[in-house]
Write a protein that binds this ligand. Structure first.
Ligand code: GAR
Length: 316
């Protein structure tokens, strides 16, 4: 199994980093830790990571502008071949450039049931509010602090007499359970059929008068009451692959695409020369390209009247 390379950013103790690291030692874990980086050279978590044979990097942020500091960390992560970032008690606000550069590839763990209690002092705020439960969340990092789609949560009961410290201790246990599970799902989702179909569906149904039906057991996209322009295939006739089939516009386009990237494009059996298969299960799909291919395929089957309307719309 090819493991996804994860970079973990910490600022202190690094117990969540430790939980991710030990989960990664299990042979079935789909990720490995490629680098642990800290914005404090004295962060205790660095010692743990180094003792476990993980590459570490430390750079104090003091005296550096936010974007300058982030660029240094970014360069280290990229040099280590990192594909995903896990923030684990990383107490630095990130620059917009850094967030944009890792869009959809960076997770954070936060000790509250988001969207409640973003920011600091989460445990005391949950106790003061009289909540019955607190907990932790793992979410995708976006430009807003502790915002972004929540991927997983664990609720933790607040006990009578809990202090922020006792509650934090129990939530930390929950954090250690949650983070590696969510991260493992996240790094493998690009190979999961439901996720891939969702990405295709979003783009296909954005085209004018597009609809979805099932044909020969495959989710398939067409123009309402008209022709089909895309099929989503999964293990079709036992071929073991997940792919999108779209129409090609010129007779030699299929051959040209296959020549340009034979691992990605193929001639779909039973469909003939007017179609091309694009594999979606290689882990590096360019979704803008998929959208463009879907739009071209849509144009191939769209009635003239609809095409005319599209052309007019595109002029504006
Ligand atoms: C964890 O409780 C984590 O959820 C929290 O800091 C702690 C770090 O502990 N993170 C945040 O509050 C981020 N907003 P650790 O260094 O032992 O993992």
């Amino acid at each position: 199994m090819v493991k996804a390379k994860v970079g973990v950013l910490i600022s202190g103790r690094g117990s969540n980093m430790g939980a991710l690291l030990y989960a990664a030692k299990h042979p079935a874990c789909p990720y490995e830790i490629a680098l642990v980086a800290a914005n404090d050279p004295d962060a205790p978590g660095l010692t743990l990571a180094a003792a476990e044979g993980i590459a570490t990097f430390a750079q104090s942020h003091k005296g550096l502008k936010r974007a300058e500091f982030d660029a240094i960390i970014d360069a280290q992560l990229r040099a280590a071949g990192v594909e995903y970032i896990a923030l684990a008690g990383y107490m630095r606000l990130l620059s917009p450039e850094f967030v944009a550069g890792w869009e959809g590839r960076m997770l954070n763990i936060h000790p509250s049931l988001l969207p409640k209690y973003k920011g600091l002092d989460t445990h005391q705020r949950a106790i003061d509010a009289g909540d019955s439960h607190a907990g932790c969340s793992v979410h995708v990092v976006t430009a807003e602090l502790d915002d972004g789609p929540v991927l997983g949560q664990i609720e933790v009961a607040i006990l009578p007499g809990d202090s922020a410290g006792t509650l934090a201790g129990r939530i930390l246990m929950a954090e250690h359970q949650l983070y590696s599970r969510v991260l493992a799902d996240f790094v493998t989702r690009e190979r999961q059929p439901e996720w891939l179909l969702g990405k295709v569906r979003e783009r296909a149904l954005a085209l004018p008068q597009a609809d979805e039906v099932t044909s020969h057991g495959m989710p398939c996209f067409g123009i309402e009451k008209g022709k089909k322009f895309a099929y989503f295939t999964q293990d079709h006739h036992g071929d073991g692959i997940i792919a999108l089939l779209v129409k090609t516009s010129a007779p030699d386009e299929q051959a040209m695409l296959i020549d340009s990237d034979p691992a990605r494009y193929y001639r779909p059996p039973y469909f003939g020369d007017g179609w091309v298969g694009i594999r979606l299960d290689l882990g590096d799909t360019d979704w803008d390209h998929v959208a463009e291919r879907l739009a071209r395929s849509w144009r191939e089957v769209a009635p003239r009247k609809l095409l005319g309307l599209m052309d007019v719309a595109e002029e504006f």
